[in-house]
Design a protein around this ligand. Structure first.
Ligand code: FAD
Ligand code: PHB
Length: 401
């Protein structure tokens, strides 16, 4: 079967779905092709913390209603070390900027519902999705759906298929530069049926490794512990996980409440950037182009920032034929991406135990933790990166002669 659209979007994660929604609001046609089922995509537990810029974008895209009703606004975080909680008052340090806890599962559900209610094409369980014709600027997406072979012609491809997708590998190797780092640790995450034991997120540095207390709602907690990236989840009974959480999050005068574990899994941690984020008419966005370790809570927020810039560029392209936005897309995104890469690396290396590191390294970490909690200059720097720098502050520098 042969079809045509303006923008073919590969992947129905937050990047692909939001791109589709933003384009729809400007009257631009798109077809979204997703490899997995709707149930799988809506249940995949990942990010939870939205920056203010992300919240505003979702509102402007018309999918903010449930987020505003159910999301939990946060004005700070705790850093836990040496058996004490140290509060970083992000809101005061950043002129009132805040973050919100609202699960990626919920963002995805809201975007899927908006698209299906509007009767727009979103195909789940697409097989063997492949790109062709990019070199001749006649992009063609081949895929199989419900047993039938399809060919989708388009002007632009939105490569929103995550780190393991097919879009980035389609780009000739000599047209792409990549940078990356694998960390010698992973995160074991659980979702627990228990009210959060804390009002703000707790990031803990301990002799046993990193731990994070986050949440999904007023009745559900999300918690993480640093583990070996090659560890098997079968080695971690619920009792063992709670025991580690108690020890790593321990601080004077504070208690961790336990509850039924509803979900658990181990995620490796890596940093990765591919540039440029464009190859002819293929535009990469989100995890397809870059990965950050989750300690800085930046991955989903970067994906949203990318597609905001991309949607503006596509609106100009289709409305007035201006390609300036598309030409500048990669540079505009990458400046922000590299800032988030640095911040995520900084938070990760400050808070995790590197098995190769020695006592000297541990003292440097503890000194840095004391500094970011006691110095207003250092905590302001952490806070402005954590809540998310405004787009204009992460724009490429002006050319000086
Ligand atoms: P994805 O969500 O990976 O979506 C890509 C989609 O493409 C998927 O649905 C996939 O099935 C589909 N796909 C893949 N291949 C194909 C193909 N060949 N054809 C069609 N479809 C395909 N970020 C934050 O901002 N804040 C946080 O608090 C945070 N916490 C995290 C915690 C954990 C444990 C993890 C793992 C990640 C966290 N992140 C966080 C990162 C965040 O989840 C990702 O950055 C985000 O999912 C990126 O969205 P995306 O749409 O680019 O990619
Ligand atoms: C989460 O709630 O999943 C979460 C929150 C903050 C992070 C990472 C993950 O830094």
């Amino acid at each position: 079967m042969s079809e045509r659209t303006q923008v073919a979007i590969i992947g129905a994660g937050p990047a692909g779905l939001l791109l589709g929604q933003l384009l729809h609001r400007h009257g631009i046609d798109a077809v979204i092709l997703e490899a997995r089922s709707r149930d799988y995509v809506e249940a995949r537990i990942r990010a939870g913390l939205l920056e203010q810029g992300t919240i505003e974008t979702l509102r402007e895209a018309g999918v903010g209603e449930r987020m505003d009703a159910e999301g939990i606004v946060h004005g700070g975080i705790y850093l836990c070390f040496d058996h004490a909680l140290h509060h970083i008052p992000m809101r005061e340090l950043t002129n009132g900027r805040t973050m919100m806890i609202y699960g990626q599962t919920e963002v995805v559900k809201d975007l899927v519902a908006a698209r299906l209610e509007a009767g727009l094409p979103l195909l789940f369980e697409c097989e063997d999705v492949a790109l062709d014709g990019l070199e001749h600027d006649e992009p063609l997406v081949r895929y199989r759906h419900e047993g039938a072979e399809h060919e989708l012609r388009c002007e632009i491809v939105g490569g929103c298929d995550g780190f393991h997708g097919i879009c980035r590998p389609t780009i000739p190797a000599d047209a792409l530069s990549v940078w990356g780092r694998e960390y010698p640790y992973g995160w074991l995450g659980i979702l627990a049926d228990v009210a959060p034991s804390t009002d703000e997120l707790i990031y803990a540095y301990s002799d046993r490794g990193f731990a994070l207390h986050s949440m999904r709602s007023h009745t559900r907690s999300r918690l993480y512990v640093q583990v070996d990236p090659d560890d098997d989840i079968a080695n971690w009974s619920d009792d063992r996980i709670w025991s580690e959480l108690h020890q790593r999050l321990a601080s004077d005068g504070w208690e961790l409440r336990e509850g039924e574990v509803l979900d658990k899994g181990i995620t490796p941690m890596r940093s990765f950037v591919a540039a440029p984020m464009r190859y002819r008419s293929l535009m990469l966005a989100g995890d397809a182009a870059h990965i950050v370790p989750p300690t800085g809570a930046k991955g989903l927020n970067l994906a949203v920032a990318d597609v905001t810039v991309l949607a503006d560029a596509l609106v100009a392209h289709f409305a007035s034929g201006s390609d300036t936005g598309l030409d500048e897309y990669s540079d505009r995104c990458l400046t922000r991406v590299w800032r988030a890469e640095h911040f995520s690396w900084f938070m990760t290396t400050m808070l995790h135990l590197d098995p190769q590191d020695d006592a000297f390294g541990r003292e440097l970490q503890r000194s840095q933790l004391r500094y970011v909690t006691r110095s207003t200059a250092a905590s302001t720097s952490l806070a402005e990166n954590y809540v998310g720098l405004p787009l204009e502050q992460t724009a490429p520098p002006a050319v000086t002669r």
